[in-house]
Design a protein around this ligand. Sequence first.
Ligand code: NAD
Length: 355
Amino acid sequence: NFRGSTIFVTGGAGFIGSAVIRHMLDETEAFIVNIDKLTYASNLQSIPQATAARYLLAKQDTCDGPALRALFEKHQPCAVMHLAAESHVDRSIDAPGQFIQTNIVGTFTLLQEALRHWRKLAEPLRKSFRFLHVSTDEVFGSLGQEGMFTETSPYAPNSPYSASKASSDHLVRAWCETYELPTIITNCSNNYGPYHFPEKLIPHMIIKGLAEESLPVYGDGQNVRDWLYVEDHARALRQVLQHGQIGETYNVGGRNERSNLDVVELICDLLDTMQPAPTGARNRLISFVADRPGHDRRYAIDASKLERKLGWTARETFESGLEKTVRWYLANTAWWQAILQNGYETGRVGLGSAA
Ligand code: NAD
């Protein structure tokens, strides 16, 4: 369980990265170096074990090659879990430049430094080293009413975000094929759970619902996303890191397809039960607003390869995970209120984006 080993986690102050770090600190004995630029989306409060002796924060940009090189030379990691990214689709529509920079150039820079480090490793470390690239099902584009994305689905990204992630997946694949860097790629569906930044659909609706404010849903609300509880994702990533095959990709998902409208209605019901609003049921707050340009209609992920080959299954159903999540937001108001009080640039944010 990685005793005496160091693992680099990039983007570890973000939503999924912090869940990965919490998991790795709790469930393994690895020393974790969190490489994070600390953008608006980061939150160091999301890692309650930050004072642990097995944890170090390195505030660095993945586009900064010399800084990465120094970290590799100093810490000699046995693995890299690469999650650092610009991740919000709406922001990528309004300002794609930073997505190109971080998601593509940042991944390229990290690959180059990982390769340099890996080439210098002696056996058996050279054989066991892994570069795990964490990506999204959005690279596959949009589905019709039928079917699911598999590992062999063709890439067809539609947003600047998904195009930048698709580019990074291709770079990772090429570094494995061309330079034999031991890489693995995962493509996961939409995550939700504790410590999710308030601009994303589920926390946004919980917070607005609590305040009894309008709940704006894109288009007709029938866009379908396949939801996975973030802690199930973190556990999948660890299993892939330890047991996945070099050069392979694994889809990660929990078979929880829901329309955006269903998600918002379920949140309303949970809030009504846990904290009834004096003015009545919250689904009266739902309003429909102009759709997001290029809005993918449906995502659904077939995770059977991961289930079959590595024995992973999601533990949470959407209902159990969402209930846990709503309870978490009710119990941890200080965490999200601090983000709202500090303010963040909103742009198109808050219109029920699912990613
Ligand atoms: P997030 O936006 O919550 O966190 C991203 C983190 O990366 C932040 O802490 C940020 O400070 C850091 N970061 C951004 N640019 C950086 C840079 N140049 N150098 C170093 N650090 C930088 O994102 P998330 O939702 O946790 O997603 C993590 C990864 O998982 C991303 O690669 C994303 O594409 C992928 N993913 C996300 C989802 C989802 O539903 N959120 C689903 C599948 C895959």
